[in-house]
Design a protein around this ligand. Structure first.
Ligand code: EPZ
Length: 430
């Protein structure tokens, strides 16, 4: 199994191209099931989660072709992928596939809207928390679906004439349930109004693509989304938006290691709150024509408190990385996680590098230390694993991160992107 070896101490200087967003690409790919025409997505990142979803969509009858386009020599493989689901050959998403990736549960929306039925395995728990699906079930039921849970599967059936537009207010903000209800409502009879909807940029990107396919969605990016149902959707061509979590991760890596890096093909407006926290920690951040420049020269890292929140708050998907940065701050910081109940597994691993962190409920108290020392550590989930890489960049000596398949789910060519900026990071295959 591959491992990542980091020898800390080098500053980062250069340009890092930012890939298309994993968390936008996945729902966009699933939206292709809503039409018998071809949906073409540009800037699709080459990641394990994307490959897994390609297998899942194939199981439902999607014909998928990939045009690999090497946009930048050796750095980024942005790909254009064509999805055509002329016929849905199966409305069942089996446990073996859904259990590997929670987002595959989201096929329930398009399958139910287009075929009138779906049988989708419950995703089960995962490393970062229990993550139930009650909001999906309640929301789809409000559109008239009959839903039964049996043998670990959700069996959903639409009324004879199809789903019916309705008003549904989410009791809690959920990105995935917003994606699914929005997709399902595009083909419902009448108008659907979603209240307390997620405002994440990935929701806006999905709405933009669905509108290009002929849907009538408005209000995306606010907490009230209105969807006027249409009879059918057509194909479209859409470019996946930049990955704000990858952007924030590399910004934090530069803030940690020091240096001067341009993050290319991305937009600061996707992550204002996180960039503000990094600025307060002592890095200089400015916008350039092609992206974001981040500089930390000499100045130490200051302690900053953060609380994760739905967009536009501080993203939970950057919490572990920010904790990595705070391990080297000059004081005490508090990091509070409000989205997932168990997203602190990186704490024990960061401690192996010498970090001083104590947990009390949903808050981690991080006492900055003057030095970290390299050690063998283990990746526990996608974002936790990259926080170990960030800490390793500033640790003395060698940090060896095992179980890097977690990293490969969401970071495209991480070691190459960092190495080109002067870091000592390599993949070791046993
Ligand atoms: C999306 O997950 C992202 N995944 C996650 O990124 C991200 O952490 C999360 O949104 C929050 O921003 C993708 O986009 C593929 P939620 P999602 O539904 O949609 C609870 C990463 O590292 N909830 O917004 O599954 C849930 O348990 C991943 O890339 C219910 O209670 O998250 C959580 O506490 C990890 N009932 C909260 O809502 C439900 O039916 C928010 O979860 C659904 C969710």
């Amino acid at each position: 199994m591959d491992r990542i070896r980091i020898v800390g101490g080098n500053e980062l200087h250069g340009v890092i191209p930012i890939s298309g967003a994993k968390n936008a690409a996945l729902p966009l790919m699933i939206a292709s099931l809503l039409t018998d025409d071809t949906l073409t997505l540009e800037n699709v990142p080459h990641l394990a989660d994307v490959e897994q979803l390609i297998r899942i969509l194939g199981n439902h009858g999607a014909d998928i072709s990939v045009n690999g386009r090497r946009e930048r020599q050796g750095e980024s493989y942005a790909r254009t992928v064509h999805f055509t689901s002329r016929n849905i050959v199966s409305t069942t998403a089996p446990y073996e596939l859904v259990s590997k990736m929670r987002a595959s549960f989201w096929v329930i929306g398009p399958l139910l809207a287009r075929e009138g039925k779906a049988r989708v395995s419950l995703p089960g728990g995962c490393a970062i928390g229990t993550r139930p699906v009650d909001l999906f079930i309640e929301g789809l039921a409000s559109l008239g679906a009959n839903i039964e849970i049996d043998g670990g599967y959700v069996n959903a059936t639409a009324p004879a004439g199809g789903l019916i537009g309705a008003r549904y207010v989410f009791p809690k903000v959920s990105v995935g349930a917003t994606h699914v209800l929005m997709m399902a409502a595009t083909l419902a009879n009448g108008t659907t109004v979603l209240g307390n909807a997620a405002r994440e940029p990935e929701v806006v990107d999905l709405a933009k693509c669905l509108n290009a396919m002929g849907a009538k969605i408005s209000g995306q990016g606010t907490s009230t989304i209105t969807i006027e149902g249409v009879r059918s959707l057509s194909g479209a061509r859409h470019r996946v938006l930049p990955d704000r979590i990858e952007t924030g991760t590399y910004a934090m890596a530069v803030a940690m290691a020091g240096g001067d890096v341009i993050l290319e093909d991305t937009e600061a407006s996707l992550l204002d709150t996180a960039l503000e926290a990094i600025r307060r920690a002592g890095a200089e951040i400015s916008e350039t024509n092609s992206g974001i420049r981040i500089v930390r020269n000499g100045a130490g890292i200051k302690p900053v408190d953060i609380v994760t929140d739905p967009f536009p708050g501080f993203p939970t998907d950057l919490q572990a990385q920010f904790m990595g940065l705070m391990t080297r701050s000059s004081g005490v910081s508090h990091i509070t996680e409000t989205i997932f109940e168990n997203r602190f597994m990186h704490v024990q691993e960061l401690a192996r590098l010498g970090a001083r962190i104590s947990l009390s409920g949903q808050t981690a108290k991080v006492e900055g230390v003057p030095r970290l020392k390299g050690a063998p550590v283990m990746a526990t989930d996608l974002r936790a694993s990259v926080s170990l890489v960030i800490a390793g960049l500033a640790a003395e000596g060698e940090t060896m991160v095992s179980r890097v398949y977690h990293l490969d789910r969401g970071f495209e060519r991480l070691e190459e992107k960092l190495t080109r900026c002067g870091a000592h990071v390599e993949r070791v295959s046993d």
